[in-house]
Design a protein around this ligand. Sequence first.
Ligand code: AHR
Length: 485
Amino acid sequence: AGPCDIYNAGGYPCVAAHSTTRSLLNSYNGPLYQVTRGSDGKSTNIYPLSTGGVANAATQDSFCKLTTCLITVIYDQSGKGNDLSAAPSGGAASGPVSGGYDFVASAIGARVKVGGHEAYGVFTTLATGYRRDNTNGIATGNQPEGIYAVVDGTHYNGNCCWDYGNAETNNRDNGATHMEALYFGSARGTAAGTGNGPWIQADLENGLFAGNQSGSVNPNSPSINYRFTTGIVKGAQSNLWSIRGGNAQSGSLSTFFRGPRPAGYYPMNKEGAIILGIGGDNSDGAQGTFYEGVMTTGFPSDEVENQVQANIVAAGYATTNEYSGPALTVGSAVSLQASGLSGQQYIGHNGSSVSIMPVSSSSSETQKQDVTFTVRSGNNGHCFSFEAVNSPGSFIRHYAYQLYVDNSDNQQRSPSTFADDSTFCPEPGFTGSGSAFRSWSYPTRFFRRVSDGDVYIGTQGGPFAWDSATNFVQQATFTARNGLA
Ligand code: AHR
């Protein structure tokens, strides 16, 4: 059985069921998600390996070979047709994509194993989100609903708002009671939990709540950051709602809050749109990773949710290799040679500026050092980072999509942002040889030189000058050579 079989049997039918990793119903054999590739703009659907099974990631791998892929649709498995796609512009923010749409997620940003099979989650970064305003069967007004999601408890931030759940149908902040979504992250809400977060909170609009006492901490809502975290938010027809959570890899759920709604939040005025990765008004500064989640009608019993948690644990989420390109040796010195340029040209730096530099065996030692980097384990614990040999402690990092060599004291943003933005994952080179260096924190984007020799993180088709589809294949492919210095 899947989570929706359990909810359905319990009398709380799933009205939305989203997952890129597995079927959430025993009988589901439709598409899980759609990917769209950069090379020719074509799309394909990714199905389960078998009815009720795990995603067939190999079909994505072959469709997306030597190009980029985005998750453009996350299909609703409940039968209600509540598919998610790029979120439109909202009251708080307009997305960067043409028409004001938000970015959508990379298809390879969240590699994972489920039941021993490779699969992909939905890694959303800033200005990235999914939405459906015109829904079918989702709770409105004061109707009861249940929500659960499995997230990466280590990928979050303190910005508004990484949500999954019920929001406004006009993409605007329509005031308290107009939302009921699961929030995950370290934004200190109107009623936060203990410690520094992240917390599972309810986004009820104009407020994130880990409890019902505005301005206070709910002592029963802990910071929770299991690599795979289950979060639950549910609201009854009566003035009752609840927040629960646990480790999606083992054990049971704990109840972090159960009681009346915060003052001013009853009765509810839910509108029934569905959001993922953004706030109700398209506030788009948050980041997070989604593996699966559902919305039900009715107020699911704790007992039924406990069975869903057991089902999630049994599904067997586990980590896997985060990259698929040529491995790098930590501690070795490398020079990253650009493809498609005459002579030998490498990614180099002059102080904090990064550009493509011609360097050969007859160049000076200083020039050779400028293009030589020591491979380090990724600064945020994932993949790799590149430390300048002539500037220990300084690493290649992106800032406003451009590459710089910078250190965490001299950085332009917060420490965790430095660690994330100086971490890169090698993928196979787009030309068919060498490597492409994917930004860990913006996984749709790869090291890319542009015509003036500057280096950005770019995509194969996108809104910025460094996202042109033309010449992407050569410009985003590099070969890691032994360090010249
Ligand atoms: O409630 C928190 C956020 O406030 C909502 O997600 C958003 O719509 C508003 O900005």
